[in-house]
Design a protein around this ligand. Structure first.
Ligand code: ADP
Ligand code: MG
Ligand code: MG
Length: 908
């Protein structure tokens, strides 16, 4: 980019940049340009592009400075001309700020330097010219401190050390016997500057640069350097911001909020960022500079009178006291407030979104220094989008696009009380496996959970890992904490399905089942002790942190209606119980995409019959056990069909990892032997013979149905006779029967035959007939490759992307936790493929299977039912390749609906 333009100027109502140039100019630079263009008072300046940041890292400091030199010099002239000041001139000095600003806002992550251009001569000149030596030396003190920290690197050695500059300030204050910064005299400030410079020299070996031009280049390069500081790197990782974006650098004329009682600085929002309420609000400080407000050195006051009154009420301050001691800006500077209010309204109108703004008042004149679309909570996000729609500021499609699907989650689960969580003691952090907040007494076993809950206690189930047998305990617990397992671990999947808070894979916890204790970082907690979990962040807190129920306001419902209007892809749910089906239906699911039948056997009574079925060696024995299971299954299906009346319900035939269902412990085996009237030895031997080297690739799915067709028969009977019963009651059940783990069409066809024959029998016995479909799961790569053969017989495909990902990558989903972190660290993987669909590999298989399948059967219905069905980027992909539906756990339904509507709008 040798001859390209690297610097864009702005000032006095003109600008070379624009709002839509944020990729080059960063958000801050682009909006500073835009504010100029729409006539808002902004000090003049210029922005160096983000591309230069990349050059900086490619070719190094010296060469970049060389490349930039002439443009920066000309742009400094531009500022000098507009301000009628001169950089480095003691008679009439120009001071500037040097600011960072990336494409996506990264508040506070990078560095900014204020008051640049001061040295011992210039500060004297400034004092003389303004007749305000206190102000001049205050600015100088701040500059040396910021520059010494950011550019010259005088920082605390250890994280726990106090800041070296603060240490000096404290010492001087102590000597003087004063408490506040503003009690220091001009001489004190001079002394501080001297001590700062000495500390910098002795501790970094660098002299403080006296030449303003040298200062300027030092600061520009330091801002580029700050793109790679630890904070910024971590923040980018969390927010998924690529390092290649780079930061821009904006240099602009300083305006001073610290020139006395008619000067001030502040930060304000055009609406409430926490609740979305349409109320201008913010904080300000008289006689201060920008960073004072956010750094919390002095307690800022409220900008509006209403805000100030609300604040005082929370603080228990009387209205009289408030008005006297903590007046709002509206009261203290009414004229400027009016101007501020007018401009914030204009900015919101212009950007058509909630704005987060910074301003400074210099001796009665208002300047704007920044505006951006404000960050907000999930609740505020929905309210603001719907309000703006009602106000006619944005159209329906924009309102949909304004909402981030993942953030809806916050609205659906109970949340911690915000004030309380701030005070809570954090013990450790695990994976945020299932969002929400939970607080309860620790229990370690499912039975204990049931017992305690039965006695009216709120419990948190703490386990090394969870198994199907823990489900009952999970169901009654407020939340689940596990030491092992990832985001797709059993605990996580099930917890999400239940909308239950879960923190998994908290490696720092040591569970001792014998003593019923859990040790975290040296602290030992016992059964009955309180613990609190934040499933949205993975945080684990000591003791009680109270929660509040989520409130699904009218705005949320309205957003969902809008989504329905624009979507093509419909959303079904993964549900195994009538309760889950109902929850999902209330969230707008239009069917069940996956009903797992094995989950129905987890409760005490049914699991015995199930085990009996698995453990018996003979057809007779299995048939006897299946007869016991039949009524349970039928009752379950009746409940689910009722909850989903009129909507398709896709039921997957039995696909259990057998070994998970049989008792592994002596006590359980003893009980089982008694139940079945056989010896313990027999049970032991059967359990051993069932154990497999590789259960994931073992005797499961349709392999089970093909070796034991009586299982398929019984399940078909349960499904079809449940549907017949309801049909007779005037309901409209729509069963779909799905064969799991098909790898070849012959596996499918053998099962299909059993299903159709049994269904025909039931219809004849019942004297009614109901249309139903037989389809298959596509979760083995070979099934995708031979989809054209399979579609000959299968009426629909449901892509089981958990297994399909497992088998395509060859990563066991139960063991991925041991290498995933390293793979992510080394960028071998960008994301966990069990969470975000791998479009290039697994996605290609899906796309190919859809095309091959529809080539044979043009109306082949295709859906996806893995964990990916609720993940926005995966949903977008599903829309693009023409799937009919996605299916996800109930609490993800709204997220998938929003993502599906957005996909339809984007793929239009
Ligand atoms: P951040 O991105 O961390 O908010 P900023 O670059 O916005 O950093 O600057 C930090 C503070 O300094 C802000 O309060 C801002 O308003 C203030 N500031 C920046 N430039 C100027 C300037 N030219 N005049 C007065 N204050 C400024
Ligand atoms: Mg800022
Ligand atoms: Mg599967």
């Amino acid at each position: 980019m040798k001859n390209e333009k690297r610097v864009y100027t702005f000032g006095n109502g003109k600008a070379e940049g624009r709002a839509d140039m944020r990729n080059q100019l960063g958000g801050k630079g682009a909006n500073l340009a835009e504010m100029n263009l729409i006539g808002i008072p902004v000090p003049p300046g210029f922005t160096i592009t983000t591309d230069v940041c990349n050059e900086y890292y490619e070719i190094g400091k010296e060469k970049v400075v060389e490349l930039l030199k002439s443009e920066v010099e000309a742009s400094m002239k531009h500022i000098e001309n507009l301000m009628n000041l001169k950089f480095g001139d003691p008679e009439n000095p120009l001071l500037v700020s040097v600011r960072s600003g990336a494409r996506a806002s990264m508040p506070g992550m990078m560095d900014t330097i204020l008051n640049l251009g001061l040295n011992d001569e210039v500060v004297e000149g400034l004092a003389k010219k303004t007749g305000n030596p206190r102000f001049a030396y205050d600015a100088y003190r701040r500059f040396v401190q910021m520059y010494g920290d950011v550019v010259l690197g005088l920082k605390p050695v250890n994280k726990t050390d106090i800041d070296p500059f603060e240490e000096i300030i404290e010492k001087v204050k102590e000597e003087k016997g004063v408490k506040l910064d503003n009690e220091l005299t001009v001489d004190d400030l001079k002394k501080l500057v001297k001590l700062f410079k000495e500390a910098i020299l002795t501790r970094t070996g660098q002299a403080f640069p006296t030449n303003p031009v040298e200062q300027l280049w030092g600061a520009i390069c330091a801002v580029f350097d700050s793109w790679m500081n630890d904070r910024a790197i971590l923040y980018r990782k969390m927010e998924g911001i690529p390092a290649e974006w780079g930061t821009a650098v904006t240099v602009m004329a300083m305006v001073f909020g610290n020139m006395g009682e008619t000067s001030a600085t502040g930060v304000c929002f055009s609406r409430n960022a926490a609740t979305g309420e349409n109320l201008f609000n913010g904080e300000w400080l008289v006689n201060a500079q920008g960073e004072d407000v956010v750094a919390g050195i002095r307690t800022p006051q409220q900008i509006t009178k209403v805000g100030s009154q609300r604040w005082a009420e929370l603080q228990g301050i009387s209205e009289e006291d408030r008005a006297a001691k903590y007046p709002s800006m509206e009261e203290a500077m009414p004229e400027i407030y009016k101007e501020l209010d007018a401009i914030q309204t204009r900015l919101e109108d212009h950007y058509r979104d909630m704005q987060d703004m910074e301003f400074t008042v210099q001796e009665g004149k208002l300047w704007f220094l920044q505006t951006r679309n404000g960050k907000r909570t999930g609740a505020a996000m929905v309210k603001i989008a719907i309000d703006l729609l009602h106000e006619g500021m944005i159209d329906e499609k924009t309102a949909i696009q304004r909402c981030e699907p993942q953030k809806l989650d916050e609205l659906l689960h109970p949340v911690f009380n915000k004030e309380e969580v701030k005070k809570a003691k954090s013990l450790t952090r695990g994976l945020p496996a299932s969002p929400g907040a939970a607080c309860g007494q620790i229990v370690f076993f499912a039975e204990d959970a049931a017992k305690w809950a039965g006695d009216g206690h709120k419990v948190v189930l703490v386990r090394i890992e969870t198994s199907p047998e823990d489900l009952a305990g999970m169901a009654v617990a407020e939340g689940i904490l596990t030491a092992r397992g990832g985001m797709t671990s059993h605990a996580a999947v099930v917890a999400r399905g239940m909308g239950k808070c879960c923190v998994s894979g908290a490696g720092a916890i040591n569970v001792n089942y014998k003593q019923k204790t859990v040790e975290i970082d040296g602290k030992v907690l016992h059964e009955g002790d309180y613990i609190s979990l934040n499933g949205s962040t993975g945080d684990v807190y000591d003791g009680k942190v109270s929660t509040q129920a989520a409130d699904l306001s009218g705005d949320f419902a309205e957003l969902m209606e809008l989504c329905a209007k624009y979507t093509r892809l419909v959303v079904r749910t993964n549900a195994d119980t009538p309760h889950d089906a109902q929850v999902a239906r209330n969230f707008g699911a239009v069917g069940i995409g996956l009903c797992r039948t094995e989950h129905m056997f987890f409760d005490a009574e049914k699991i015995v019959a199930m085990r009996e079925m698995i453990l018996s060696e003979t057809l007779e024995g299995r048939k006897k056990a299946l007869q016991k299971l039949l009524p349970f299954q039928k009752a379950d299906f009746i409940g689910i069909f009722k909850a989903m009346d009129g909507c398709p319900v896709n039921i997957r035939l039995l696909d259990p990892p057998l070994h998970e269902f049989v008792p592994q412990d002596a006590k359980g085996q003893q009980e089982m032997a008694e139940d079945m009237g056989v010896t313990v030895e027999y049970i032991k031997q059967r359990v051993e013979s069932l154990s497999e080297h590789n259960p994931m690739l073992g005797h499961r799915g349709c392999r089970l149905g093909n070796t034991y067709p009586e299982i398929t028969q019984t399940q078909t009977r349960a499904i079809i006779s449940a549907a017949c019963d309801l049909k007779k009651q005037g309901l409209d059940p729509k069963p779909e029967i799905m064969v799991p783990l098909t790898g070849s069409v012959f596996e499918f066809e053998a099962q299909e035959k059993v299903i159709r024959e049994e269904a025909a029998k039931v219809f004849e016995e019942e004297g009614v007939e109901i249309p139903f479909k037989v389809g298959t799961m596509i979760e083995i790569p070979r099934a995708a490759l031979t989809a054209d053969c399979i579609a000959r017989s299968a009426e629909y495909f449901s892509f089981g992307t958990n297994d399909l990902t497992q088998m395509t990558f060859g990563y066991s989903r139960d063991d991925i936790a041991s290498f995933l972190p390293v793979y992510l660290e080394k960028k071998i993987l960008n994301v966990d493929p069990f969470q975000v669909l791998d479009q290039r590999g697994v996605g290609q298989l899906i796309q190919m299977a859809v095309e091959k399948g529809r080539g044979v059967r043009s109306d082949l219905k295709c859906g996806i039912c893995g964990e990916h069905g609720g993940e926005p980027s995966s949903v977008r992909f599903c829309d693009k390749i023409g799937l009919n539906y996605v299916s996800c756990s109930p609490f993800r339904v709204p997220i998938a609906r929003l993502a599906a509507a957005q996909a339809a709008i984007e793929n239009e």
